[in-house]
Design a protein around this ligand. Structure first.
Ligand SMILES: NC(=O)c1ccc[n+]([C@@H]2O[C@H](COP(=O)([O-])OP(=O)(O)OC[C@H]3O[C@@H](n4cnc5c(N)ncnc54)[C@H](OP(=O)(O)O)[C@@H]3O)[C@@H](O)[C@H]2O)c1
Length: 240
C-alpha cells in the first residue's frame, strides 16, 4: 500500500484503531478520523512509537459540512473505511425517536456522507471502499438495538448500490461484517461473554486483529475481482 492514502473513520478505538494501524503497517498514509483530536492521541502515540504514517482528521461523520471540509483538505483518497458507528442497547419498546436519529445519523448517514464526498477525491481505477457492517444487519437479533441492526442492513444495501454505480470506473465497494468482537460495544449488550463464546463454533470472541487484515485484503488490489460483497467474519457464528 506504499504511496496510497487511506481514510478510516471512528479510528480512535476498537476495530477502527486496529484497521488504521494495519493499513499504515502495509505502507499507506492513513488519515485517522475520530470525533475529537484528543480521542485520537492514543493511536497517534502508538503510530509515533512504530514510525507509522498516521495523521489525525477529527470530524463528526454525521455532520455533512464537517465531512466536506475535512475530506476537501486531503490531497487524494485511495481507500476509505467507513467504520464509525454507535450501538447503545435499548429494548424495542423503550426506543425513542432520538435513538433512531442517533444510530441512523451516525451509522447510515455518516457512511453515506463520507462515501459521497470521498468519491470526489478517489483515484480511479483502483479506489476501494470498505464499509464495516455487522452480522446483525442480516440476522437481526435480540442482543442489539433494532435501530442498530436495521442501520447495518441499510449499510449492506448502500454497499451494493455504490458498488453498482462505481464498478465501471474501477472503484470497488464492499462490506466487512464482523460477528462478536472484543471492544466496548460488547459491554453494551445484554448478554455475558461466556454465553457469546459458547455459541461461536470457533470457540472464541473475535479481536480487532481478526478483522483488520481482512479489511486490508479487501481494500487491496489482491481483491480486485471483488465488489458489492458483504463478507462475514464471525468465527462461524452465522453460516449461510
Ligand atoms: N465489536 C463488535 O462486536 C462489532 C460487531 C459487529 C460490527 N461492529 C462494527 O465495528 C465498527 C467498530 O466498532 P467497535 O466495536 O470498534 O466500537 P467502538 O470501540 O465503540 O468504536 C467506534 C468508534 O467510532 C467512533 N465514532 C462514533 N461516532 C462517531 C462520529 N459521529 N464521528 C466519528 N467517529 C465516531 C467512536 O469514537 P468515540 O470514541 O468518540 O466514541 C469510536 O472510536 C462499528 O461499525 C461497529 O458497528 C462491531
Amino acid at each position: 500500500m506504499k504511496g496510497k492514502v487511506a481514510l478510516v473513520t471512528g479510528a480512535a478505538k476498537g476495530i477502527g484503531k486496529e484497521i488504521a494501524l494495519e493499513l499504515a503497517t502495509a505502507g499507506a498514509r492513513v488519515y485517522a478520523n475520530g470525533r475529537t483530536r484528543e480521542s485520537l492521541l492514543e493511536l497517534l502515540n502508538e503510530a509515533k512509537e512504530r514510525s507509522l504514517d498516521i495523521l489525525p482528521l477529527p470530524f463528526d461523520v454525521s455532520k455533512e459540512e464537517e465531512v466536506i471540509r475535512s475530506i476537501d483538505s486531503l490531497e487524494t483518497v485511495d481507500y476509505l473505511v467507513n467504520n464509525a458507528a454507535v450501538c447503545p442497547y435499548v429494548q424495542y419498546k423503550d426506543l425513542k425517536e432520538a435513538h433512531w436519529d442517533l444510530m441512523f445519523g451516525i451509522n447510515v448517514k455518516g457512511t453515506y456522507f463520507c462515501t459521497r464526498h470521498a468519491l470526489e477525491k478517489m483515484n480511479a481505477p483502483g479506489g476501494s471502499i470498505v464499509n464495516i457492517s455487522s452480522g446483525a444487519g442480516k440476522t437481526g437479533g435480540a442482543f442489539v438495538s433494532m435501530p442498530y441492526g436495521t442501520s447495518k442492513a441499510a449499510i449492506n444495501n448502500m454497499t451494493i448500490t455504490f458498488a453498482k454505480l462505481f464498478a465501471s470506473k474501477g472503484i470497488r465497494v464492499n462490506a466487512v461484517s464482523p460477528g462478536f468482537v472484543e471492544t466496548r460495544i460488547l459491554d453494551e449488550m445484554p448478554i455475558s461473554r461466556d454465553l457469546i463464546r459458547s455459541d461461536i463454533p470457533l470457540g472464541k470472541i473475535g479481536l480487532p486483529q481478526d478483522i483488520a487484515p481482512i479489511v486490508r485484503f479487501v481494500l487491496s488490489d489482491e481483491a480486485s475481482f471483488m465488489t458489492g460483497q458483504v463478507i462475514e467474519v464471525n468465527g462461524g457464528d452465522v453460516m449461510y
